[in-house]
Design a protein around this ligand. Structure first.
Ligand code: DC
Length: 235
């Protein structure tokens, strides 16, 4: 039986700022299925903690954050007007607020908390129920969807990732320092790969793609080739 696009689960994992979300969005658009940015959810919980005074001088009040987890409602909504996916928390569009350097510098610590992960993994599985989905993150192919149809482990050199992130922030007119971003990326690589629960690692059955010197078009050619080898034609 031919596989239908609406049943596909595609997991894209990899380091920070490796171009996962752009890649995942392009794939979702190409296939006409849903895109879910799981990192945005960890960022939303981090923003919630910051706004509710649960992070002071870089120390997280974990107990209180866990106690308040059920006060956080997160949605990822496609806004046809700007043709972009936006993250909403408790009825408010927080897409820009979760991309600041301040949120980036706390998010790795928040994402180490077991209960935060359990809550968000449940939500991620719920978001993919009965539909085709492309989800990017750190543990999508290893923990969230171990039976995903396609698993891609995306990598790129840290200097290239820092430069891309810098360009992205500048383009949005946001404050940015290359050195600060580079340092943050190195720190997050370390935190994400060495944490006890669900550390970032390549799933055994994932295909690795180093996109350091690839254009977005080349990455899509690579993806289509991978799909064709695996499924032939899709319904
Ligand atoms: O993809 P991102 O850089 O926006 O992710 C933000 C942080 O969230 C990242 O430092 C690690 C964490 N994260 C995670 O632990 N598990 C995921 N599935 C996605 C993100």
């Amino acid at each position: 039986m031919k596989k239908s696009k609406q049943d596909l689960v595609i997991a894209i994992d990899g380091h920070s700022s490796g171009g996962k979300s752009t890649y995942a969005k392009t794939i979702a658009k190409e296939l006409g299925i849903t895109y879910v940015d799981s990192g945005a959810m960890y960022r939303a919980v981090t923003l919630f903690a910051m706004e509710n005074n649960l992070i002071r001088e870089s120390i997280i009040d974990e107990k209180e954050l866990v106690r308040q987890l059920d006060r956080i409602s997160i949605e990822i909504v496609f806004n046809p007007e700007g043709a972009r996916y936006e993250t909403w928390m408790n009825g408010k569009n927080i897409e820009d607020d979760i991309r600041t350097v301040a949120v980036s510098s706390h998010v790795s610590h928040v994402s180490k908390i077991r209960e935060v992960r359990e809550t968000l993994v449940d939500l991620q599985r719920e978001m993919a129920r009965d539909k085709g989905v492309v989800m990017d993150g750190r543990d999508i192919g290893t923990v969230v969807f171990p039976d995903a149809d396609i698993k891609i482990y995306l990598t790129a050199k840290p200097e290239i990732r820092a430069q891309r992130r810098y360009d992205e922030l500048k383009e949005k007119g946001m404050e940015a320092s290359y050195n600060e971003i580079h340092e943050n990326i190195m720190d997050r690589d370390h935190q994400d790969s060495t944490r006890d629960i669900s550390p970032l690692k390549k799933a055994e059955d994932a295909v690795e793609l180093d996109n350091s010197s690839m254009t977005p078009e080349e990455q899509m050619v690579w993806f289509k080739d991978l799909m064709e080898k695996k499924f032939g034609e899709l319904k």
